[in-house]
Write a protein that binds this ligand. Sequence first.
Ligand code: SRM
Ligand code: SF4
Length: 562
Amino acid sequence: MSQKLHDNERIKIESNFLRGKLVEGLNDHTTGSFPSDEVQLVKFHGLYQQDHRDYRAERKKQKLEPIYSFLLRARLPGGVVTPHQWLEIDRIASELTDAGSIRITTRQTFQYHGIFKRNLKSVFQDLKFKANIDSIFTAGDVNRNTICTSNPEQSLLHTEIYELSKKISEHFLPKSNAYAEIWLDGEKVLETEKEPIYTENFLPRKFKIAVALPPYNDVDIHANDLNFIAIIVDEKITGYNVVVGAGLGMTHGDKTTFPRLGDDFGFIAVDNVMKIAEAVVTTQRDLGGRVSRSHARTKYTLETHGVETFKKEVEKRSGVTFAAPGEYEFTERGDRIGWVKGIDDLWHLTVFIENGRILDFDGKPIKSGLNKIAKIHTGTFRMTANQNLVIASIPESQKATIEALAYECGLIDDGLSEQRKYSMACVALPTCPLAMSEAERYLPGLTDDVEGLLAKHGIAKDKIILRITGCPNGCGRSMLAEIGLIGKAPGRYNLYLGGNTIGTRIPKMYQENIDEATILTTLDDLIGRWASGRQADECFGDFTIRTGIVPEVVIASKDFHD
Ligand code: SRM
Ligand code: SF4
């Protein structure tokens, strides 16, 4: 007997290509929210309905509706915007959102938090008509924002992969004009109503694509359903290795869910990228599970049907045969904070943005500082998949002025530690409805403490890739960190160890449900042991495995929960 499909399948099919009752919901001024089916549908338009969790209990006590507002996630393949676009993005954040911030995400784009329903259309319209930016398919069961390495040095190769990520993003956009109709007052953007790639029920689940330019794995390929890794010979991209079926989300206590590394299907020529991308997406569309949303990502389709079956189906659909994987090496995945000169002789300044949050903080007015820079900058801004920002393509003549502005507002900080550069957290509280604990608001203080521990053990200049997420969904990619903390309850976390510096190993649980004080005593002990017992150049994650502190996770479906 066939199992009952998840209710989201009904919502998609009944939605008339993502329209549902969105217009009615938008025009209902008696509530700040949408009806329940439409709460799911708005995601396909780049929105999430949220309520401010710091005030939730108090509102309930007073028998008031929660303070509903919306998160809008922009579509920005490769993360690049012009100074003009930056100024509009900045203005919209200040004028039309409650949070007032621009939040760079781990997928190389930005989010606004706290848009009240009454302001939604203005945000959509200002973004589209004044900045030429939309939020189509940045959420929902579709291909999300396509990301690529932000490498500023190899400028020509960056241009090539950036163009490819834009092409992929556009290829997987909807053909329906629902977005324009609902949010842009009917402006016709696309003409036909057919969805040849997605059909009427779209994909079983979200789908993520990344393009990586070795030696940098800054996109964290093992977080994506589909990855194209550039194979470079004589400084030219000859083709791509195709890595399929990675993903990091899981559910506490459910051993049938787990983070998973992707499988390398092999090498393809540059000309075959779009054919392969479409074949992987439609194979996942047709083979992926639609009963349980916790088991619907591509990684579970590979586990259920087998890697070889999936790969053969992709070859059949695309007419392309995979060759043996090309050679490449990842050496790191952080951003190169500071100045670098590209081979095009232009300068690129990568600035560290703690947690990706751009706002004027006390003594650190980075939002205003970036606004001043945007007013004189002639290049572009490039968001990175590590929540940082590259002020890209600066001519020599402007370098000193931009540097002075960056110092003035705290965007350049000569005291920034390696540890802080390599630490990352997801948003979590107060906006994320799924957060079980703090992440973004916890990380800065925890980083101070870890810096203190490194100094105490005489290795202040070293770093450990440390990432925190407020729940096991893994948005801050803690499941690829050397130290991964995953929220369990307010103030309590599971501690995972054993990832590596290049992002090719999943960590293993070391301690469960510990409080913040225990985290510090545990890290004190572990960092001390690493400082005194490590071999030359041995990173923290490798040390924890070599010395048996945690066993290595080789095949996550078997080893992760054992
Ligand atoms: Fe995520 C859901 C934030 C990157 C795995 N993610 C959410 C939601 C929308 C919560 C929700 O469903 O209501 C979070 C909104 C919080 C807020 O208030 O902003 C949220 N995810 C984020 C961001 C903003 C984290 C950040 O700090 O930057 C990232 C936005 C990316 C973007 O611009 O598109 C973000 N999310 C990720 C990543 C990392 C990545 O893609 O590199 C992952 C892990 C990789 C993966 O997909 O396996 C990730 N988010 C999830 C999941 C678990 C999916 C799964 O397979 O189980 C959920 C929950 C879900 O889909 O049901 C989720
Ligand atoms: Fe929210 Fe969990 Fe994602 Fe953090 S990891 S943003 S808490 S869904």
